[in-house]
Design a protein around this ligand. Structure first.
Ligand SMILES: C[S@@+](CC[C@H](N)C(=O)[O-])C[C@H]1O[C@@H](n2cnc3c(N)ncnc32)[C@H](O)[C@@H]1O
Length: 478
């Protein structure tokens, strides 16, 4: 991070603004909004500036800048648009050790000013570190559109009740949950709708009700984190993460996603990688139950979708047997994420009328699958955990009648920055996988639709595949 983000308390502190034109006008408005006492140095003031400078908190020095003007200031802003003057102001501030911002000159500034969304007292500052100010402004416009206009009123309302809530609702988890319920509940809706009198009454009965003081029962949300790209997280998953007291996360969940949790949430890695403090399924179950029974809100965060090769069903049963409230939040499964990222439609009218999700995982060297049904019909196979058994799977499928020329796409680290796609004919799959040294999680897509992943670089192979596909399937006796 190039710049340290912070909000300054300028109330009643002395600030210096140099410049009397349009550039300075915006800065003067902002300084006055934050309650600063402003010394304004400019030989002349433009129209609106003169009006604003009449404020009693502004002291206008009608003359050019002098180096001693910077002394004793909480901060200095130079907004003259004249390089020689701006440089002189920056030099004087630097020499006096006073924080300086020169408008549009990060090279002369010790701090820069963010694009802001102002719902006072809620203020959101957005900075691109000076690299892309237009991007920061576009982000501001998007955030502006998302936030209710009366958000500031809601924050003030909550502030007014802080001490009353502090006196009645026990500190810690219970109080935090009270406020979380408040901001998503009926009182907040009333405030946002401008019905503050009614909101005040509802709030008082909420504070006085026993419900506010009772300790809440814990719960577990089994949440799908998607295949890797954090943008594929659902809104609900995000909300559960931000509400959680404890997060148990898997190996396939990236740190960017775990970082959506609150800073004070406990994060427990329960990945099954042996070198990394692996936890058995029994230990994971016990941990979830232990925290939920202690009244905590637990998120069990899993790669992809919890109910697709994710053991989410077992975990749900375990918790329900112990009377623990469980919620399942679906996620984008690897097949959907990888297919989209590779431009492969899993079904395609006239070509693939079904899609089957299967696991290549094998206890005894060979997955226990119904090969005849997998080899037949116009369908797509999406194979999870299939890299180590790919050779066997391709042999079995060919032996049961699937064409050896069937296109296959293997997507490693799908939807992540290091995504890689390897394509092959079905009968070459084992060798191609060995040669390409796939190590990350990989999804294997078998079927005519995988032809879409053939790149130009693989033109000759794609052409060969197309020719072979026109041959009748080589059905072998089983
Ligand atoms: C234990 S399963 C979990 C599947 C997960 N519940 C889901 O819905 O995607 C792990 C397998 O999912 C597949 N997988 C998960 N994330 C992947 C990704 N980003 N790219 C490719 N395959 C992935 C791989 O086949 C991996 O071996």
């Amino acid at each position: 991070m190039r710049y340290f983000p912070a909000f300054l308390d300028l109330a009643s502190r002395s600030s210096l603004l140099v410049g009397g034109g349009e550039l300075a006008l915006r800065k003067l408005r902002l300084l006055l909004k934050s309650g600063a006492q402003v010394t304004l140095v400019a030989p002349r003031l433009d129209g609106d500036m003169a009006e604003l400078a009449a404020d009693k908190r502004v002291q206008w020095m009608c003359r050019p800048f002098m180096a001693q003007d910077v002394l004793g200031r909480a901060l200095v802003i130079s907004a003259t648009g004249k390089p020689a003057v701006d440089e002189a102001v920056a030099g004087a501030a630097e020499a006096a050790g006073v924080a300086i911002n020169v408008v549009d000159r990060p090279d002369l500034s010790s701090f820069i000013m963010p694009a802001i969304v102002d719902r006072d007292p809620v203020v959101i500052g957005i900075s691109s570190g000076g690299d892309a100010p237009i991007l920061a402004r576009q982000l501001r416009a998007r955030i502006e559109a998302m936030l209710p206009a009366r958000l500031g009123a809601l924050a003030r309302f909550a502030g007014a009740f802080r001490s009353a809530v502090g006196a009645t609702v026990p500190a810690g988890g219970a109080r935090r949950r009270f406020w979380e319920r408040f901001f998503t509940g009926p009182v907040a809706r009333q405030v946002l709708a401008g019905e503050e009198v009614a909101a005040r009454e509802t709030m008082l009965s909420l504070i006085n009700s026993r419900a506010a003081q009772d300790r809440e029962a814990g719960s577990v949300a089994i949440v799908g984190a998607g295949p890797g790209d954090p943008d594929l997280l659902t809104f609900k998953a995000m909300r559960r993460l931000q509400e959680a007291d404890v997060i148990l996360y898997d190996k396939l969940v990236g740190p960017e996603i775990v970082d959506y949790a609150r800073r004070d949430a406990e994060r427990i890695y329960v990945g099954k990688a042996k070198a990394n403090h692996s936890k058995s399924q029994d230990e994971i179950n016990a941990l979830m139950a232990e925290h939920a029974l202690a009244g905590k809100r637990v998120v069990r965060l899993k790669g992809g979708d919890p109910f697709i090769f994710g053991r989410g069903g077992e975990e749900m049963d375990y918790l329900e047997e112990r009377g623990i409230a469980v919620e399942v939040v679906p996620g984008v499964t690897a097949a959907a994420g990888c297919a989209a990222a590779a431009g492969i439609p899993l079904t395609l009218r006239g070509t693939a009328l079904a899609v089957t999700f299967l696991t290549g995982h094998a206890r005894d060297g060979e997955p226990d699958l119904d090969w005849a049904s997998l080899a037949g019909g116009k369908q797509t196979l999406a194979i999870y955990m299939g890299v180590s058994t790919a050779e066997t799977v391709s042999q079995r499928l060919i032996a049961h009648g699937l064409s050896a020329a069937t296109p296959v796409a293997v997507i490693e680290n799908g939807t992540r920055p290091d995504q890689r796609i390897v394509t092959a004919r079905l009968d070459e799959l084992g060798t191609r996988l060995q040669d390409s040294g796939i190590e990350g999680p990989a999804l294997i897509i078998v079927g005519e639709v995988a032809r879409k992943a053939m790149t130009d670089a693989e033109g000759p192979l794609a052409a060969e595949l197309a020719a072979l596909a026109r041959e009748p399937a080589r059905a072998l006796a089983v």
